[in-house]
Design a protein around this ligand. Structure first.
Ligand code: IPE
Ligand code: IPE
Ligand code: MG
Length: 242
């Protein structure tokens, strides 16, 4: 029998994070919401850097959802400017630190300048393998699965695939996340216990942690605590474990 404070299994290899609470963090300080988003971006830097020590090989972060366009024009424009700036400022450090960056989500609605920065960062870091950082930008699971189904339908229509070939494995290969293992742990900050259209298919057997901390307060120590808690959970994947 493992000791009560001994982990039952290895730490999570793939951690996905719904970085929520930037707006409330700013509001509490009487500042505009964008002030919270800037503070949140600084935490991203800290958490990415903590991954190698924590044994986290894949980190996937939810930066902007397909539903976030419903926010004010000021907030959306401010967030898009922040994403451009983040890529420009962080590119060299990410390259040096061995981080491979990839983006998931539909690029069609993003402006050309941002898309070319995203493409360049993916290419620049494509030989890195220390940490795989995936940024979900204009991402929504229903949109992702719908786009995958459309591409699958084209393959069938054009005779490259038969409907008999369509199984979970094949569908996974058409998702934006085709290069990623499934997440072991999904963390959502800010006290909301919902998924908000994030990695629905991929997280079928993930563990979830909903924590009250607002994203700009999510330090590497909080991260380490959440990861330690994960080690105490028993994962069964539908089986019975004696
Ligand atoms: C998460 O923080 C960041 C994005 C959705 C871009 P929020 O902006 O949702 O912050 P709250 O939930 O309003 O506090
Ligand atoms: C989810 O947070 C999206 C991101 C963190 C980017 P939201 O704040 O948009 O989600 P809801 O509206 O509370 O469900
Ligand atoms: Mg929110």
């Amino acid at each position: 029998m493992p000791q009560i404070d001994q982990p039952l299994h290895d730490g999570p290899k793939h951690v996905a994070v719904i970085m929520d609470g930037n707006g409330r963090w700013a509001q509490k300080r009487g500042r505009p919401r964008l002030f919270g988003h800037h503070a949140g971006a600084r935490r991203v830097r800290e958490i990415v850097r903590a991954c190698p020590d924590e044994g986290v090989k894949y980190l996937t972060i939810f930066a902007f959802s397909t539903e976030n366009w419903k926010r004010t024009q000021t907030e959306v424009a401010g967030l898009m400017a922040l994403f451009r700036r983040y890529i420009q400022r962080e590119a060299m450090a990410l390259l040096d630190e061995g981080v491979r960056v990839r983006f998931i989500g539909d690029r069609i609605k993003l402006d050309d300048k941002l898309v070319s920065l995203m493409d360049n960062l993916e290419l620049l870091t494509s030989n890195n393998d220390k940490v795989h950082l995936t940024i979900a930008l204009n991402y929504g699971s229903r949109d992702e699965v719908t786009r995958a189904a459309q591409r699958l339908a084209v393959e069938i229509e054009q005779g490259r695939l038969s409907h008999k070939d369509v199984d979970a494995e094949t569908l996974s290969r058409f998702l934006d996340t085709r290069f990623l293992p499934d997440p072991d742990l999904v963390i959502r900050t800010s006290g909301e216990a919902r998924i908000s259209n994030f990695l629905l298919w991929q997280s079928a057997y993930a563990e979830y942690e909903f924590i009250d901390t607002l994203w700009p307060d999510f330090t590497k120590d909080v991260f380490a605590k959440v990861l330690a808690g994960y080690g105490k959970r028993e994962r069964r994947f539908g089986a019975v474990i004696a």
